[in-house]
Design a protein around this ligand. Structure first.
Ligand code: UDX
Ligand code: UDX
Length: 458
Protein backbone atom coordinates (compact mmCIF):
# COMPACT_ATOMS: atom_id res chain seq x y z
CA UNK A 1 0.00 0.00 0.00
CA UNK A 2 1.28 3.48 -0.88
CA UNK A 3 1.01 5.95 1.98
CA UNK A 4 0.47 9.69 1.56
CA UNK A 5 3.28 10.60 3.99
CA UNK A 6 6.02 8.63 5.75
CA UNK A 7 6.62 9.88 9.26
CA UNK A 8 9.38 8.76 11.62
CA UNK A 9 9.93 9.36 15.31
CA UNK A 10 13.30 8.72 16.94
CA UNK A 11 12.73 7.95 20.64
CA UNK A 12 9.93 5.61 21.73
CA UNK A 13 9.40 7.09 25.19
CA UNK A 14 6.51 8.61 27.13
CA UNK A 15 6.18 11.35 24.51
CA UNK A 16 7.26 9.72 21.24
CA UNK A 17 5.19 6.53 21.67
CA UNK A 18 1.76 8.02 22.47
CA UNK A 19 2.18 10.98 20.07
CA UNK A 20 2.98 8.74 17.12
CA UNK A 21 0.23 6.28 18.05
CA UNK A 22 -2.25 9.17 17.91
CA UNK A 23 -0.97 10.39 14.52
CA UNK A 24 -1.27 6.85 13.14
CA UNK A 25 -4.76 6.49 14.64
CA UNK A 26 -6.05 9.78 13.22
CA UNK A 27 -4.27 9.53 9.87
CA UNK A 28 -4.61 6.04 8.36
CA UNK A 29 -3.24 7.47 5.09
CA UNK A 30 0.17 8.07 6.75
CA UNK A 31 2.75 5.44 7.62
CA UNK A 32 4.24 6.10 11.05
CA UNK A 33 7.43 4.42 12.24
CA UNK A 34 8.91 4.72 15.72
CA UNK A 35 12.52 3.73 16.37
CA UNK A 36 14.62 3.59 19.51
CA UNK A 37 18.17 2.58 20.42
CA UNK A 38 16.76 0.44 23.21
CA UNK A 39 15.71 -2.93 21.69
CA UNK A 40 13.90 -3.95 24.87
CA UNK A 41 11.65 -0.89 24.63
CA UNK A 42 10.83 -1.63 21.00
CA UNK A 43 10.08 -5.28 21.86
CA UNK A 44 7.65 -4.06 24.53
CA UNK A 45 5.93 -1.69 22.08
CA UNK A 46 5.50 -4.72 19.80
CA UNK A 47 4.14 -6.92 22.61
CA UNK A 48 0.84 -7.04 24.47
CA UNK A 49 2.39 -5.26 27.47
CA UNK A 50 3.35 -1.74 26.38
CA UNK A 51 6.36 -0.16 28.13
CA UNK A 52 4.25 2.63 29.62
CA UNK A 53 0.87 2.69 31.32
CA UNK A 54 -1.38 5.38 29.90
CA UNK A 55 -5.20 5.18 29.96
CA UNK A 56 -6.56 4.56 26.43
CA UNK A 57 -3.15 3.90 24.86
CA UNK A 58 -3.50 0.11 24.51
CA UNK A 59 -6.66 0.56 22.45
CA UNK A 60 -5.18 2.94 19.88
CA UNK A 61 -1.98 0.94 19.54
CA UNK A 62 -4.00 -2.25 19.04
CA UNK A 63 -5.90 -0.87 16.04
CA UNK A 64 -2.90 0.77 14.31
CA UNK A 65 0.11 -1.46 15.01
CA UNK A 66 1.13 -3.49 11.98
CA UNK A 67 -1.22 -1.47 9.74
CA UNK A 68 0.25 2.04 9.67
CA UNK A 69 2.17 2.13 12.96
CA UNK A 70 5.47 0.27 13.20
CA UNK A 71 8.06 -0.02 15.98
CA UNK A 72 11.61 -0.90 14.95
CA UNK A 73 15.26 -0.75 15.99
CA UNK A 74 16.54 -0.17 12.45
CA UNK A 75 17.19 3.55 12.84
CA UNK A 76 19.38 3.91 9.74
CA UNK A 77 16.87 2.37 7.34
CA UNK A 78 14.08 4.40 8.91
CA UNK A 79 16.04 7.64 8.40
CA UNK A 80 16.58 6.81 4.73
CA UNK A 81 12.92 6.00 4.13
CA UNK A 82 11.14 8.87 5.91
CA UNK A 83 10.97 12.53 4.98
CA UNK A 84 9.47 13.85 8.22
CA UNK A 85 11.52 12.94 11.31
CA UNK A 86 10.35 13.77 14.83
CA UNK A 87 13.13 13.73 17.42
CA UNK A 88 11.87 12.71 20.83
CA UNK A 89 14.98 11.47 22.58
CA UNK A 90 15.47 12.38 26.20
CA UNK A 91 17.15 15.61 27.33
CA UNK A 92 17.82 15.00 31.04
CA UNK A 93 19.58 17.37 33.40
CA UNK A 94 23.33 17.20 32.85
CA UNK A 95 25.05 15.22 35.59
CA UNK A 96 28.67 16.13 34.80
CA UNK A 97 30.98 18.96 33.81
CA UNK A 98 29.88 22.55 33.18
CA UNK A 99 26.24 23.11 34.13
CA UNK A 100 26.03 19.80 36.05
CA UNK A 101 22.71 19.59 37.92
CA UNK A 102 21.24 22.50 35.90
CA UNK A 103 21.78 22.50 32.15
CA UNK A 104 20.04 20.15 29.72
CA UNK A 105 22.21 17.24 28.60
CA UNK A 106 22.16 17.50 24.81
CA UNK A 107 24.37 14.54 23.99
CA UNK A 108 21.49 12.33 22.77
CA UNK A 109 19.97 14.82 20.39
CA UNK A 110 23.40 15.72 19.00
CA UNK A 111 24.14 12.05 18.41
CA UNK A 112 20.75 11.74 16.75
CA UNK A 113 21.36 14.79 14.54
CA UNK A 114 24.65 13.30 13.37
CA UNK A 115 22.95 9.97 12.70
CA UNK A 116 20.26 11.71 10.62
CA UNK A 117 22.92 13.55 8.64
CA UNK A 118 24.88 10.39 7.98
CA UNK A 119 22.00 8.32 6.67
CA UNK A 120 19.97 10.92 4.77
CA UNK A 121 19.96 10.76 1.02
CA UNK A 122 17.14 13.25 0.37
CA UNK A 123 15.34 16.32 1.81
CA UNK A 124 14.20 15.96 5.44
CA UNK A 125 12.02 17.90 7.83
CA UNK A 126 13.41 17.50 11.35
CA UNK A 127 10.86 18.12 14.07
CA UNK A 128 12.09 18.98 17.57
CA UNK A 129 9.65 17.21 19.86
CA UNK A 130 11.96 16.97 22.86
CA UNK A 131 12.24 20.02 25.09
CA UNK A 132 15.41 21.92 24.32
CA UNK A 133 17.06 25.15 25.42
CA UNK A 134 16.34 28.05 23.08
CA UNK A 135 18.52 28.13 19.97
CA UNK A 136 18.98 24.36 19.85
CA UNK A 137 17.52 24.36 16.34
CA UNK A 138 20.39 26.62 15.31
CA UNK A 139 22.95 24.07 16.52
CA UNK A 140 20.98 21.27 14.91
CA UNK A 141 20.97 23.08 11.55
CA UNK A 142 24.72 23.59 11.81
CA UNK A 143 25.35 19.90 12.43
CA UNK A 144 22.99 18.76 9.69
CA UNK A 145 24.46 21.00 7.03
CA UNK A 146 28.12 20.65 8.02
CA UNK A 147 28.99 18.06 5.36
CA UNK A 148 27.80 20.20 2.44
CA UNK A 149 26.34 17.15 0.73
CA UNK A 150 23.61 19.24 -0.84
CA UNK A 151 20.76 17.73 1.16
CA UNK A 152 18.32 20.29 2.52
CA UNK A 153 17.20 19.93 6.14
CA UNK A 154 14.40 22.07 7.52
CA UNK A 155 14.28 22.13 11.31
CA UNK A 156 10.93 22.93 12.94
CA UNK A 157 9.91 23.00 16.59
CA UNK A 158 6.73 21.26 17.73
CA UNK A 159 6.84 21.02 21.53
CA UNK A 160 4.61 18.49 23.24
CA UNK A 161 2.22 19.74 25.92
CA UNK A 162 0.60 16.42 26.87
CA UNK A 163 0.52 15.49 30.54
CA UNK A 164 1.07 11.90 31.61
CA UNK A 165 -2.00 10.06 32.80
CA UNK A 166 -4.11 12.07 30.33
CA UNK A 167 -1.79 11.77 27.32
CA UNK A 168 -4.33 10.16 24.98
CA UNK A 169 -7.02 12.69 25.84
CA UNK A 170 -4.54 15.58 25.51
CA UNK A 171 -3.32 14.32 22.13
CA UNK A 172 -6.82 13.71 20.81
CA UNK A 173 -8.15 17.05 21.94
CA UNK A 174 -5.19 19.39 22.48
CA UNK A 175 -5.83 22.95 23.64
CA UNK A 176 -3.15 24.00 21.17
CA UNK A 177 -0.57 22.60 18.81
CA UNK A 178 2.44 24.85 18.41
CA UNK A 179 4.64 24.77 15.33
CA UNK A 180 7.66 27.05 15.08
CA UNK A 181 9.72 27.40 11.95
CA UNK A 182 12.24 29.52 10.14
CA UNK A 183 10.46 32.25 8.23
CA UNK A 184 12.12 31.33 4.93
CA UNK A 185 10.29 29.86 1.92
CA UNK A 186 11.57 26.40 2.73
CA UNK A 187 10.92 26.84 6.51
CA UNK A 188 7.34 27.94 5.92
CA UNK A 189 6.77 25.02 3.55
CA UNK A 190 8.01 22.61 6.22
CA UNK A 191 5.72 24.27 8.75
CA UNK A 192 2.74 23.81 6.41
CA UNK A 193 3.55 20.11 6.05
CA UNK A 194 3.26 19.74 9.83
CA UNK A 195 0.10 21.84 10.01
CA UNK A 196 -1.42 19.49 7.43
CA UNK A 197 -0.77 16.47 9.69
CA UNK A 198 -2.37 17.93 12.83
CA UNK A 199 -5.23 19.55 10.90
CA UNK A 200 -6.46 16.00 10.17
CA UNK A 201 -8.10 16.04 13.61
CA UNK A 202 -7.27 19.29 15.44
CA UNK A 203 -9.44 22.37 14.70
CA UNK A 204 -7.40 24.75 12.59
CA UNK A 205 -7.68 27.66 15.07
CA UNK A 206 -5.94 25.56 17.71
CA UNK A 207 -2.88 25.04 15.52
CA UNK A 208 -0.69 28.04 16.12
CA UNK A 209 2.52 28.95 14.39
CA UNK A 210 5.41 31.14 15.45
CA UNK A 211 9.06 31.73 14.83
CA UNK A 212 11.20 28.80 15.87
CA UNK A 213 12.80 30.45 18.91
CA UNK A 214 9.43 31.48 20.38
CA UNK A 215 8.26 27.91 19.97
CA UNK A 216 11.31 26.45 21.74
CA UNK A 217 10.99 28.98 24.56
CA UNK A 218 7.21 28.58 24.93
CA UNK A 219 7.56 24.99 26.11
CA UNK A 220 9.96 25.99 28.87
CA UNK A 221 7.81 28.97 29.85
CA UNK A 222 4.62 26.87 29.92
CA UNK A 223 6.21 24.34 32.27
CA UNK A 224 7.72 27.10 34.42
CA UNK A 225 4.28 28.72 34.84
CA UNK A 226 2.61 25.42 35.72
CA UNK A 227 5.29 24.48 38.23
CA UNK A 228 5.14 27.98 39.67
CA UNK A 229 1.43 27.57 40.39
CA UNK A 230 2.10 24.39 42.33
CA UNK A 231 4.94 25.99 44.29
CA UNK A 232 2.86 29.13 44.89
CA UNK A 233 -0.02 27.21 46.46
CA UNK A 234 2.38 24.90 48.33
CA UNK A 235 4.24 27.89 49.76
CA UNK A 236 1.09 28.79 51.71
CA UNK A 237 0.60 25.33 53.26
CA UNK A 238 2.85 25.83 56.30
CA UNK A 239 1.12 29.12 57.03
CA UNK A 240 -2.28 27.40 56.85
CA UNK A 241 -1.11 24.60 59.14
CA UNK A 242 0.03 27.17 61.70
CA UNK A 243 -2.91 29.57 61.42
CA UNK A 244 -5.90 27.17 61.30
CA UNK A 245 -6.68 28.19 57.72
CA UNK A 246 -7.48 25.45 55.19
CA UNK A 247 -5.52 25.51 51.92
CA UNK A 248 -8.39 23.91 49.97
CA UNK A 249 -10.74 26.67 51.05
CA UNK A 250 -8.14 29.30 50.24
CA UNK A 251 -7.46 27.76 46.80
CA UNK A 252 -11.18 27.68 46.02
CA UNK A 253 -11.66 31.30 47.00
CA UNK A 254 -8.60 32.47 45.09
CA UNK A 255 -9.19 30.25 42.03
CA UNK A 256 -12.73 31.51 41.45
CA UNK A 257 -11.21 34.77 40.26
CA UNK A 258 -11.05 34.12 36.51
CA UNK A 259 -7.84 36.15 36.35
CA UNK A 260 -6.23 33.46 38.52
CA UNK A 261 -8.20 30.38 37.39
CA UNK A 262 -8.98 27.25 39.38
CA UNK A 263 -6.64 24.71 37.73
CA UNK A 264 -3.32 23.55 39.15
CA UNK A 265 -4.03 24.84 42.64
CA UNK A 266 -3.93 21.48 44.44
CA UNK A 267 -1.51 21.79 47.31
CA UNK A 268 0.45 18.68 48.11
CA UNK A 269 3.74 17.00 48.65
CA UNK A 270 5.45 18.83 45.77
CA UNK A 271 5.57 18.36 42.03
CA UNK A 272 7.42 15.53 40.34
CA UNK A 273 7.64 14.21 36.81
CA UNK A 274 10.34 14.27 34.20
CA UNK A 275 9.75 17.84 33.03
CA UNK A 276 9.13 20.54 35.63
CA UNK A 277 12.37 20.46 37.57
CA UNK A 278 14.53 19.71 34.54
CA UNK A 279 12.96 22.44 32.42
CA UNK A 280 13.08 25.14 35.10
CA UNK A 281 16.70 24.36 35.88
CA UNK A 282 17.50 24.49 32.19
CA UNK A 283 15.75 27.88 31.98
CA UNK A 284 17.62 29.12 35.06
CA UNK A 285 20.94 28.00 33.59
CA UNK A 286 20.14 29.74 30.29
CA UNK A 287 19.26 32.98 32.09
CA UNK A 288 22.53 32.91 34.03
CA UNK A 289 24.44 32.35 30.80
CA UNK A 290 22.80 35.47 29.40
CA UNK A 291 23.77 37.35 32.61
CA UNK A 292 20.15 37.56 33.83
CA UNK A 293 20.78 36.59 37.44
CA UNK A 294 17.66 38.22 38.90
CA UNK A 295 15.44 36.34 36.47
CA UNK A 296 17.32 33.11 37.21
CA UNK A 297 16.87 33.59 40.99
CA UNK A 298 13.16 34.23 40.56
CA UNK A 299 12.52 30.93 38.75
CA UNK A 300 14.97 28.92 40.81
CA UNK A 301 12.83 29.73 43.85
CA UNK A 302 10.05 27.59 42.32
CA UNK A 303 12.31 24.55 42.57
CA UNK A 304 13.55 25.53 46.05
CA UNK A 305 10.00 25.70 47.41
CA UNK A 306 9.38 22.27 45.92
CA UNK A 307 12.41 20.79 47.69
CA UNK A 308 11.30 22.49 50.91
CA UNK A 309 7.81 20.99 50.59
CA UNK A 310 9.16 17.44 50.30
CA UNK A 311 11.55 17.90 53.23
CA UNK A 312 8.75 19.48 55.29
CA UNK A 313 6.59 16.41 54.71
CA UNK A 314 9.23 14.12 56.20
CA UNK A 315 9.99 16.48 59.10
CA UNK A 316 6.26 16.75 59.90
CA UNK A 317 6.15 12.96 60.16
CA UNK A 318 9.18 12.90 62.39
CA UNK A 319 7.83 15.59 64.76
CA UNK A 320 4.32 14.15 64.86
CA UNK A 321 5.61 10.67 65.70
CA UNK A 322 7.43 11.83 68.83
CA UNK A 323 10.69 12.80 67.08
CA UNK A 324 11.79 9.27 66.35
CA UNK A 325 10.98 7.07 63.40
CA UNK A 326 13.69 4.47 63.95
CA UNK A 327 12.26 0.95 63.83
CA UNK A 328 8.75 2.19 63.02
CA UNK A 329 6.85 0.77 60.07
CA UNK A 330 5.59 3.30 57.55
CA UNK A 331 3.54 2.56 54.44
CA UNK A 332 3.75 4.84 51.38
CA UNK A 333 0.43 4.93 49.57
CA UNK A 334 1.55 5.52 46.00
CA UNK A 335 4.95 5.90 44.39
CA UNK A 336 4.11 7.34 40.95
CA UNK A 337 4.69 11.10 40.53
CA UNK A 338 0.95 11.54 39.93
CA UNK A 339 -2.10 9.30 39.52
CA UNK A 340 -2.87 7.26 36.38
CA UNK A 341 0.72 6.64 35.43
CA UNK A 342 3.40 4.16 36.41
CA UNK A 343 6.07 6.82 35.85
CA UNK A 344 8.17 7.64 38.91
CA UNK A 345 10.69 10.06 37.41
CA UNK A 346 11.39 12.81 39.99
CA UNK A 347 8.50 11.49 42.07
CA UNK A 348 8.44 13.06 45.54
CA UNK A 349 8.07 9.44 46.73
CA UNK A 350 11.74 8.77 45.91
CA UNK A 351 12.87 11.61 48.16
CA UNK A 352 10.45 10.66 50.94
CA UNK A 353 11.45 6.98 50.80
CA UNK A 354 15.16 7.76 50.99
CA UNK A 355 14.75 10.22 53.83
CA UNK A 356 12.59 7.78 55.79
CA UNK A 357 15.21 5.07 55.29
CA UNK A 358 17.82 7.48 56.69
CA UNK A 359 15.58 7.75 59.74
CA UNK A 360 15.76 3.92 59.95
CA UNK A 361 12.11 3.33 59.09
CA UNK A 362 10.88 -0.08 57.92
CA UNK A 363 9.25 0.96 54.69
CA UNK A 364 6.34 -0.66 52.90
CA UNK A 365 5.51 0.67 49.43
CA UNK A 366 2.24 0.11 47.60
CA UNK A 367 1.15 1.42 44.19
CA UNK A 368 -1.17 -0.05 41.55
CA UNK A 369 1.14 0.68 38.57
CA UNK A 370 4.54 1.89 39.70
CA UNK A 371 6.07 -0.86 41.84
CA UNK A 372 8.51 -2.04 39.15
CA UNK A 373 9.81 1.49 38.64
CA UNK A 374 9.92 1.99 42.42
CA UNK A 375 12.14 -1.08 42.79
CA UNK A 376 14.51 0.37 40.20
CA UNK A 377 14.55 3.81 41.82
CA UNK A 378 15.43 2.31 45.18
CA UNK A 379 18.10 -0.12 43.95
CA UNK A 380 20.78 -0.39 46.59
CA UNK A 381 18.36 0.59 49.38
CA UNK A 382 16.35 -2.67 49.36
CA UNK A 383 17.14 -3.58 52.95
CA UNK A 384 14.26 -2.31 54.97
CA UNK A 385 11.74 -2.03 52.10
CA UNK A 386 8.83 -4.31 51.23
CA UNK A 387 6.78 -3.84 48.04
CA UNK A 388 3.13 -4.93 48.28
CA UNK A 389 0.47 -4.17 45.67
CA UNK A 390 -2.57 -4.70 47.93
CA UNK A 391 -2.95 -1.55 50.09
CA UNK A 392 -4.72 -3.46 52.91
CA UNK A 393 -1.87 -5.95 53.23
CA UNK A 394 0.67 -3.13 52.83
CA UNK A 395 -0.77 -1.06 55.70
CA UNK A 396 -1.24 -3.97 58.07
CA UNK A 397 0.98 -3.68 61.16
CA UNK A 398 2.22 -0.20 60.18
CA UNK A 399 2.51 2.77 62.54
CA UNK A 400 1.77 5.28 59.80
CA UNK A 401 0.46 5.72 56.27
CA UNK A 402 1.84 8.48 54.05
CA UNK A 403 -0.26 9.28 50.98
CA UNK A 404 2.15 10.27 48.22
CA UNK A 405 0.11 9.71 45.02
CA UNK A 406 -3.51 10.77 44.55
CA UNK A 407 -4.81 7.43 43.16
CA UNK A 408 -8.66 7.51 43.25
CA UNK A 409 -8.76 4.05 44.77
CA UNK A 410 -7.17 5.27 48.02
CA UNK A 411 -10.13 7.50 48.86
CA UNK A 412 -12.46 4.49 48.48
CA UNK A 413 -10.62 2.14 50.87
CA UNK A 414 -12.17 0.81 54.07
CA UNK A 415 -10.09 2.78 56.60
CA UNK A 416 -11.82 1.22 59.59
CA UNK A 417 -10.47 -2.14 58.49
CA UNK A 418 -7.05 -0.57 57.86
CA UNK A 419 -7.07 1.14 61.28
CA UNK A 420 -7.83 -2.15 63.02
CA UNK A 421 -4.85 -3.81 61.33
CA UNK A 422 -2.33 -1.08 62.26
CA UNK A 423 -0.10 -0.49 65.28
CA UNK A 424 -1.40 2.17 67.72
CA UNK A 425 -1.32 5.10 67.87
CA UNK A 426 -1.97 5.08 64.11
CA UNK A 427 -1.03 8.06 61.94
CA UNK A 428 -2.03 9.24 58.49
CA UNK A 429 -0.08 11.90 56.61
CA UNK A 430 -2.10 12.95 53.60
CA UNK A 431 0.38 14.48 51.17
CA UNK A 432 -2.36 14.89 48.55
CA UNK A 433 -5.41 15.85 50.63
CA UNK A 434 -7.55 13.14 49.03
CA UNK A 435 -8.92 11.42 52.14
CA UNK A 436 -11.84 12.31 54.40
CA UNK A 437 -9.83 13.69 57.30
CA UNK A 438 -12.70 14.12 59.76
CA UNK A 439 -13.88 10.56 59.25
CA UNK A 440 -10.36 9.20 59.66
CA UNK A 441 -10.01 11.14 62.90
CA UNK A 442 -13.31 9.72 64.16
CA UNK A 443 -12.06 6.23 63.26
CA UNK A 444 -9.14 6.77 65.63
CA UNK A 445 -6.33 7.97 63.36
CA UNK A 446 -4.12 10.96 64.11
CA UNK A 447 -4.50 12.84 60.86
CA UNK A 448 -1.98 15.22 59.29
CA UNK A 449 -3.30 16.77 56.09
CA UNK A 450 -1.27 19.23 54.00
CA UNK A 451 -2.10 22.89 54.54
CA UNK A 452 -4.80 22.22 57.15
CA UNK A 453 -4.57 21.88 60.89
CA UNK A 454 -3.81 18.38 62.19
CA UNK A 455 -6.55 16.31 63.89
CA UNK A 456 -4.99 14.42 66.78
CA UNK A 457 -6.15 12.53 69.83
CA UNK A 458 -3.29 13.76 72.02
C1 UDX B 1 10.45 13.55 26.19
C2 UDX B 1 11.48 14.54 25.70
O1 UDX B 1 12.48 13.90 25.07
C3 UDX B 1 11.92 15.46 26.78
O2 UDX B 1 12.86 16.36 26.33
C4 UDX B 1 10.71 16.19 27.19
O3 UDX B 1 11.03 17.15 28.14
C5 UDX B 1 9.70 15.22 27.72
O4 UDX B 1 9.42 14.25 26.79
P1 UDX B 1 10.27 11.20 27.30
O5 UDX B 1 9.53 10.74 26.10
O6 UDX B 1 9.51 11.31 28.57
O7 UDX B 1 10.97 12.61 27.02
O8 UDX B 1 11.61 10.41 27.53
P2 UDX B 1 11.88 8.87 27.56
O9 UDX B 1 10.65 8.15 27.96
O10 UDX B 1 13.14 8.70 28.31
O11 UDX B 1 12.11 8.52 26.01
C6 UDX B 1 13.21 8.83 25.26
C7 UDX B 1 13.56 7.62 24.38
O12 UDX B 1 14.58 7.99 23.47
C8 UDX B 1 14.06 6.40 25.15
O13 UDX B 1 13.27 5.27 24.86
C9 UDX B 1 15.50 6.21 24.65
O14 UDX B 1 15.91 4.86 24.57
C10 UDX B 1 15.43 6.88 23.29
N1 UDX B 1 16.73 7.32 22.77
C11 UDX B 1 17.58 8.03 23.57
C12 UDX B 1 17.08 7.03 21.46
O15 UDX B 1 16.33 6.37 20.75
N2 UDX B 1 18.28 7.48 20.99
C13 UDX B 1 19.17 8.16 21.76
O16 UDX B 1 20.23 8.53 21.30
C14 UDX B 1 18.80 8.45 23.09
C1 UDX C 1 3.73 18.49 32.61
C2 UDX C 1 2.86 19.51 31.86
O1 UDX C 1 1.56 19.55 32.44
C3 UDX C 1 2.80 19.15 30.39
O2 UDX C 1 2.05 20.12 29.67
C4 UDX C 1 4.21 19.07 29.85
O3 UDX C 1 4.19 18.68 28.50
C5 UDX C 1 5.03 18.08 30.64
O4 UDX C 1 5.01 18.41 32.01
P1 UDX C 1 3.32 16.06 33.61
O5 UDX C 1 4.66 16.21 34.24
O6 UDX C 1 3.01 14.80 32.87
O7 UDX C 1 3.06 17.25 32.56
O8 UDX C 1 2.19 16.19 34.74
P2 UDX C 1 1.41 17.39 35.45
O9 UDX C 1 -0.02 17.02 35.43
O10 UDX C 1 1.76 18.71 34.92
O11 UDX C 1 1.90 17.26 36.96
C6 UDX C 1 3.22 17.57 37.36
C7 UDX C 1 3.37 17.44 38.85
O12 UDX C 1 2.68 18.50 39.51
C8 UDX C 1 2.80 16.14 39.43
O13 UDX C 1 3.67 15.62 40.39
C9 UDX C 1 1.49 16.58 40.04
O14 UDX C 1 1.08 15.75 41.09
C10 UDX C 1 1.85 17.98 40.53
N1 UDX C 1 0.68 18.85 40.70
C11 UDX C 1 -0.07 19.22 39.62
C12 UDX C 1 0.33 19.30 41.97
O15 UDX C 1 0.98 18.98 42.97
N2 UDX C 1 -0.77 20.12 42.10
C13 UDX C 1 -1.53 20.50 41.04
O16 UDX C 1 -2.49 21.25 41.25
C14 UDX C 1 -1.17 20.04 39.77
Amino acid sequence: MKFEKNILCIGAGYVGGPTMAMIAYKCPQYKVTVVDINPERIAQWNSSTLPIYEPGLDEIVKVTRGKNLFFSTDIEKAIRENEIIFVSVNTPTKSFGAGAGMAADLQYWEKTARQIREHSTSHKIIVEKSTFPVKTAFAMERILTSTHNGIIFDVVSNPEFLAEGTAVKDLENPDRVLIGSRETVSGLKARDELVEIFAKWVPRDRIITSNIWSSELSKLVANAFLAQRVSSINSFTPLCEKSDADIKEVARAVGMDPRVGDKFLNAGIGFGGSCFKKDILSLVYMCRQYGLDEVADYWEAVVKINEYQKERFVLNMLHAMFNTLAGKKVCLFGFAFKANTGDTRESPAIFVARRLLEEKVNLVITDPKALNNAKNDLKGFETGITFIEDPYKAASGCDAIAVVTEWDMYAGLDFEKIYDSMAKPAFIFDGRNILDHKKLYETGFNVFPTGKPALTHF
